[in-house]
Design a protein around this ligand. Structure first.
Ligand code: ASP
Length: 340
C-alpha cells in the first residue's frame, strides 16, 4: 500500500461559512475526509498531521516553513510521498521555500488547496486533493518516485513549485508557470511530461531549516524618487531584489545608477528580476541594462518573485562566504530558472 503523509495547514479547502456572519472559518481534517468518501475506495495509507490551530496562508512564516521541512524529514523514510494542504494565497512562497530547504529530495512533495471550500457543492477541492494524491503515489518502473520534486497541483495541472505564482483569486485556475512547462496534466488520462520533471538526485535528503529574512525589495516605476530608492538601498537588508522593467532594464539617470553602484560597493547583493511575468532578464541586451552588469548586479533571469525571495532567504541562511553565495545565486539549484 502506498503511504502518503498529509499535512493540513489550513486555507479555504477546509473552511466553512459561518451562517450567522458569512465569514469563512476553518474546520478540522476529519471533517475534510468526510467530504471525500472516495478516499475509502483508494489504496492509500494516509498519515495525517493537522496544524492546530489551522491557519490562513497569509499568516505563514519562515518558522512554519522550517517546521514543515522538519516534519517531512522526520517522516521521510516511511512514506512514499507528501501532500500539503495549504491556502493558495502564499502557497507559491511556501512551496518555493521548501524546494530550496529540501536538498537531495527524491520523493514528491505536492502542495494543493482550493478556491472553494470542500464542503461546497461546486468545490474544486475534491479533484485537487484526489489527483494530487494519485500523482504523489506515482512510481517509475524501477520503483522510484515519478515526480521527485516540490510541486503545486491546481485545476488539472502540476507545476514545478518554484516556477509558480498565484495569478487569479477568482478562477479555479489560480496558478501559472509561464516560464516552465506544466509537469503533469490531468484529463481523462494523467499525462506526465517526464522530460520536464527533475531527475533523481543521487544525494540523500538534507534539510536546511535556517533562513534569513534580511532582504528588501526595490520595485521600480517611472518617477521613483531618490528618497524611496535610498530608503531601500540604505536599509539593513543584506540583499535586495530589484524588480526592473522588461528584460531587466532600469532608468539610466546618473543619480539612480550611482546609488546602485555605491550600494554594491558597500556590500549589498542586488538581484535583478523582471516585472514581466513571462520572459527573462537579458542583461546587456539594451544600453539600459549593460551598465548594471558592469557594476555587479546579479542576473535573476526568468525567476519568479516568489523564487527570488525564498532562494535569497535560503542562501543567506546557509551563511556561505559571499563569493560562494553569489555563485549559488547565479546558478539554478532546483530548476528555479533557465539561463539564456
Ligand atoms: N485566504 C486563503 C488562504 O490562502 C485562500 C485560499 O486558501 O485559497 O489561506
Amino acid at each position: 500500500m502506498t503511504k502518503i503523509f498529509v499535512i493540513y495547514t489550513g486555507g479555504t479547502i477546509g473552511m466553512i461559512t459561518e451562517p450567522a456572519t458569512g465569514v469563512l472559518k476553518p474546520f478540522n481534517f476529519e471533517q475534510i475526509i468526510e467530504h471525500v468518501p472516495e478516499l475509502r475506495r483508494m489504496d492509500y495509507e494516509l498519515t495525517v498531521h493537522s496544524f492546530n490551530p489551522i491557519i490562513d496562508s497569509s499568516d505563514m512564516t519562515p518558522e512554519i516553513w522550517a517546521f514543515l521541512a522538519k516534519l517531512i524529514e522526520d517522516n521521510y523514510e516511511e512514506h512514499d510521498g507528501f501532500l500539503i494542504l495549504h491556502g493558495s494565497d502564499t502557497m507559491a512562497f511556501t512551496a518555493s521555500a521548501l524546494s530550496f530547504m529540501l536538498d537531495g529530495l527524491s520523493k514528491p512533495v505536492i502542495f494543493t488547496g482550493s478556491q472553494l471550500p470542500i464542503s461546497e457543492v461546486r468545490t474544486d477541492a475534491k479533484e485537487n486533493f484526489i489527483t494530487a494524491l494519485e500523482i504523489a503515489s506515482a512510481k517509475l518502473e524501477d520503483g522510484r518516485a515519478r515526480v521527485p520534486e516540490v510541486c503545486i497541483y491546481f485545476e488539472n495541472k502540476l507545476y514545478r513549485a518554484n516556477r509558480t505564482f498565484k495569478y487569479n483569486s477568482a478562477k479555479f485556475e489560480a496558478f501559472r508557470s509561464p516560464n516552465y512547462p506544466v509537469l503533469v496534466e490531468a484529463g481523462v488520462h494523467i499525462k506526465y511530461n517526464d522530460a520536464a520533471i527533475l531527475k533523481h538526485d543521487r544525494a540523500k535528503l538534507r534539510v536546511h531549516t535556517s533562513v534569513s529574512n534580511n532582504i528588501g525589495v526595490l520595485k521600480l516605476y517611472p518617477g521613483i524618487s531618490p528618497e524611496i530608492v535610498d530608503a531601500v538601498l540604505n536599509s539593513d537588508a543584506e540583499a535586495i531584489i530589484m524588480e526592473s522593467f522588461g528584460t531587466g532594464n532600469t532608468s539610466t539617470a546618473p543619480w539612480f545608477l550611482d546609488r546602485l553602484r555605491k550600494a554594491i560597493e558597500n556590500g549589498k547583493i542586488i538581484l535583478d528580476i523582471s516585472q514581466c511575468k513571462a520572459g527573462s532578464v537579458e542583461m546587456g541586451r539594451y544600453a539600459t541594462s549593460s551598465e548594471l552588469k558592469t557594476m555587479g548586479v546579479i542576473n535573476g533571469y526568468d525567476m519568479t518573485f516568489e523564487a527570488a525571495v525564498t532562494k535569497l532567504m535560503y542562501l543567506l541562511g546557509r551563511k556561505y562566504p559571499k563569493d560562494r553565495l553569489l555563485r549559488r545565486l547565479s546558478t539554478p539549484i532546483r530548476g528555479e530558472f533557465t539561463k539564456i
